[in-house]
Design a protein around this ligand. Structure first.
Ligand SMILES: [Zn+2]
Length: 318
């Protein structure tokens, strides 16, 4: 059975035809419009394009936002125009295929569980925590292989647990959220703070920061760290520390057996993962007297969202 997975991001809509082994057979893509009807038209456009070339049975749509437990309605999506909209029904009407929607971190986590870092007898865990480090933090929790959504479909919103009272301001309206310290965006904020406290420093990043003014990204910081830039390394060490700190907090609630780190920042894992593991073990409550979660990186990269969305569609119709 073939299904379509759609990953609706803030800038682009990516879609793929996926088989039951998680293999991508075909792809399509469009820009993300800012208005709800135009966005729905763009999604239906990529679905129609793919379903004209393949016999598909259902569609799964992944997005960053609050999705109701019945997976029909988007309550709120910070970077998309939907507010309490029955997105699944609207799309199903227009593309005449069954449609199910899902939080993008849930979709990616399920893909890693079926086909990636949390699959296979050696990796399968009773409780798996998935943490995607990108612009912010996307998180998902699998208990006995099933996604845990909470009572209202919004769990686990881990990027916004407060790790620092009165800390860095977050677009969510709070201060000190975990993702302000542990994400691609956080790498830049940390760099800016380091530069402010070390005006005379002359490193590649200092130059880059002055040349690119505000255009510097987490990717630049990661590349500089890889090249040995001291400020880049320092920013990465901060991220590692906050990753270990946050995971230890979460482990006190969920006690996961396996932690999978995904998202764009996970591509730089060799620069931070060992430090994060060490810090996690050090600050975990009773860390010397309990088994430690295995912490590993995701395997499916950017495709995890579409593969997981397609898998969720498959589950919904089979
Ligand atoms: Zn926040």
């Amino acid at each position: 059975m073939l299904t379509i997975g759609v990953d609706v991001g803030g800038t682009s809509v990516r879609a793929a035809v996926v088989d039951s082994d998680g293999a991508i057979l075909d792809t399509a893509r469009a820009a993300t419009p800012g208005q709800d009807r135009a966005l729905e038209a763009a999604i239906v456009g990529v679905i129609d394009e793919l379903s004209a070339r393949h016999a598909v049975s259902a569609v799964g749509v992944a997005l960053a936002g609050f999705v109701t437990p019945d997976r029909r309605t988007v309550r709120f999506a910070p970077h998309l125009p939907w507010r309490d909209v029955r997105v699944a029904d609207r799309l199903a009407q227009r593309c005449t295929l069954p449609v199910v929607i899902e939080h993008d971190a849930n979709a990616a986590a399920l893909a890693e569980r079926r086909f990636g870092a949390a699959s296979g007898s050696g990796a399968r865990a009773r409780s798996t925590l998935f943490v995607a480090l990108g612009t912010g933090i996307g998180a998902a929790l699998l208990i006995d292989g099933k996604l845990y959504r909470g009572a209202h479909g919004v769990a686990p919103e881990l990027g916004h647990i407060r790790v620092m009272p009165d800390g860095r301001a977050c677009p969510c309206g709070k201060r000190g959220c975990w993702e302000r310290y542990c994400s691609g965006t956080a790498l830049v904020t940390t760099l800016v703070e380091l530069l402010a406290s070390d005006q005379g420093a002359s490193t590649n990043l200092t130059r880059l920061a002055s040349v690119e003014a505000r255009g510097i990204t987490g990717r630049h910081v990661a590349t500089a760290a890889r090249d040995g830039d001291p400020l880049g390394r320092q920013a990465m060490a901060e991220l590692a520390r906050w990753l270990g700190e946050g995971l230890a907090l979460i482990a006190d609630v969920y006690d996961p057996e396996l932690v999978v780190i995904g998202g764009g920042v996970s591509g730089s894992a060799p620069l931070f993962l060992d430090d994060a593991r060490e810090h996690y073990a050090r600050v975990l409550t009773g860390g010397q007297h309990r088994p430690l979660a295995r912490i590993r990186t995701a395997q499916l990269g950017e495709e995890a969202g579409v593969i997981g969305a397609a898998e969720i569609a498959r589950e919904a119709v089979s």
